[in-house]
Design a protein around this ligand. Structure first.
Ligand SMILES: Cc1ncc(COP(=O)(O)O)c(C=O)c1O
Length: 442
């Protein structure tokens, strides 16, 4: 069976690959056929160190036994059961476990199947919340330039990555964007939160004034923007957003698809920054990336606002065929067990200083214009080749793969986010390999 699954077929054309240069990839494929703990195995047998936890999701490392066993058992016992007007115990158990570890006051969980679905679910909850409270004139959603909130229509509307938006028509109406906080002139080579830029949050006050606060439902941000190249919030910035939202009755949504489940050395970015939004949305690390799932956490007041009207009526017309899927919930429980037994939700904090020092040791290498970090996330920004943006970083990506290291690039930024089980020796290996590559890069 495995032989069949992991052998490269002769024809790669049928699979239209996501976020991939299909023609280039199919010319020179890079195939991964197995994984264990910190490493993938490539098709040619090489062990590739995972410097990115897959796509920021495999926080506990690969093929962890508790997760594998939980999935196997659940698939054999109750493979699927509907969650509309029906229930199965494991979804409730998983929701309870999540609520118990969630930021204080986040007592209720809505299940989705991905980060993109969690984003759109959170936006819909925010809009509907105001409406059930009799405040239906709040229809506007505010995102941020360079924000990444997945690829569904809500997410690309509030998101601020031009390439992800420009092909897709008018998107949602009633959306505005705050400026991003990337200020390389003032903040280059910051360790942790940059000193400058809290005032970027004042733009929210300007936008709110422009549209009138009574029209604004919610503000959504990634506490640390990941996919756009690791933008760490300036000191005081998130606090200001919270204060402005409070002042005007606007819901604050944190997209913790990347930062959730230990990435910053605390369970959630909420715990790390000490700023609590009204809705926290997650995916990825909720099941260690193994079975697709997302979870949206809301405050009690939000859930209770919906629990109105006749009891036989559905309170919120939203949900997915696979919301709370039993196999996904089993993967999630196996994941939480693994995180808890191995202390992984705080392990990033123990390694953060070593990680930061090792990363910043690359600051004087050729083409490096910024290095930044937070928890177990790091980024190295390179000067783009004139006239060929993205090429320099992509060439680093290809060279790293040749040298048995998986990194991720976005634009000319190298982003790193290893599984939280990484050892100091493995951190050394990542930066020795990258340092060697950067020294030779054109
Ligand atoms: C902050 C953030 N939100 C949403 C998403 C979308 O998640 P998915 O790809 O699971 O839909 C991502 C994915 O990288 C993300 O980083």
């Amino acid at each position: 069976m495995l032989d069949r699954l992991n052998k490269r077929p002769n024809d790669l054309s049928a699979f239209w690959m996501p976020f991939t240069a299909n023609r280039q990839f199919k010319e020179t494929p890079r195939m991964l056929v197995a994984a264990k703990d910190m490493h993938f195995t490539a098709e040619d047998g090489r062990k590739i160190m995972d410097g990115t936890a897959g796509l920021w999701c495999v926080n506990a490392g690969h093929c962890r036994p508790k997760i594998t066993e939980a999935i196997q058992q659940q698939a054999a016992e109750l493979d699927y059961a509907p969650a509309f007007q029906m229930g199965h115990p494991i979804a409730f158990e998983f929701a309870n476990r999540l609520a118990a570890m969630a930021p204080e006051g986040m007592d209720h969980v809505f299940f989705t199947n991905s980060g993109s679905e969690s984003v759109d679910t959170a936006l819909k909850i925010a809009l509907a919340y105001h409406r059930v409270k009799g405040d239906g004139s709040r229809f506007r959603l505010i995102g941020r330039e360079r924000g990444y909130h997945g690829v569904n229509f809500g997410g690309i509307s509030v998101g601020g990555i031009v390439a992800n938006r420009k092909m897709f028509g008018t998107l949602l109406t009633g959306v505005d964007h705050m400026p991003h906080t990337h200020d390389i002139k003032r903040n280059a080579f910051s360790r942790g939160q940059p000193e400058h830029g809290a005032e970027y949050a004042d733009e929210l006050e300007r936008i709110v004034t422009l549209h009138d606060p009574s029209t604004i439902a919610a503000v959504i941000v990634e506490p640390v923007a990941g996919s756009t190249g690791v933008l760490v919030p300036p000191k005081g910035y998130l606090e200001k957003l919270r204060a402005i939202c409070d002042k005007h009755g606007i819901l604050l949504i944190f997209d913790e698809v990347i930062t959730g489940f230990g990435r910053l050395g605390k369970p959630f970015a909420v715990d790390y920054f000490g700023v609590t939004p009204d809705i926290v949305l997650t995916a990825k690390g909720v099941t260690n990336g193994v079975v697709p799932m997302g979870a949206v956490f809301v405050k009690k007041e939000i859930y209770e606002a919906f629990m109105n009207g006749p009891e036989h009526m559905i309170e919120f017309f939203h949900g997915y065929t696979y919301s709370g899927n039993p196999v996904a919930a089993a993967a999630g429980l196996g994941t939480l067990d693994t995180y808890e037994e191995e202390g992984l939700l705080t392990r990033g904090g123990e390694l953060a200083q070593y990680w930061e020092d090792s990363l910043h040791a690359l600051k004087d290498l050729p083409h490096v214009i910024d290095v930044r970090n937070c928890g177990l996330v790091g980024a190295i920004e390179l000067e783009p080749i004139a006239g060929s943006p993205t090429k320099r970083a992509f060439s680093a990506f290809l060279k790293a793969f040749d040298e048995n290291l998986l990194i991720r690039t976005t634009g000319d930024i190298i982003a790193l986010s290893p599984p939280l089980i990484i050892s100091k020796a493995e951190i050394d290996r990542i930066f020795e390999t990258l340092g060697g590559i950067l020294k030779k890069l054109d």
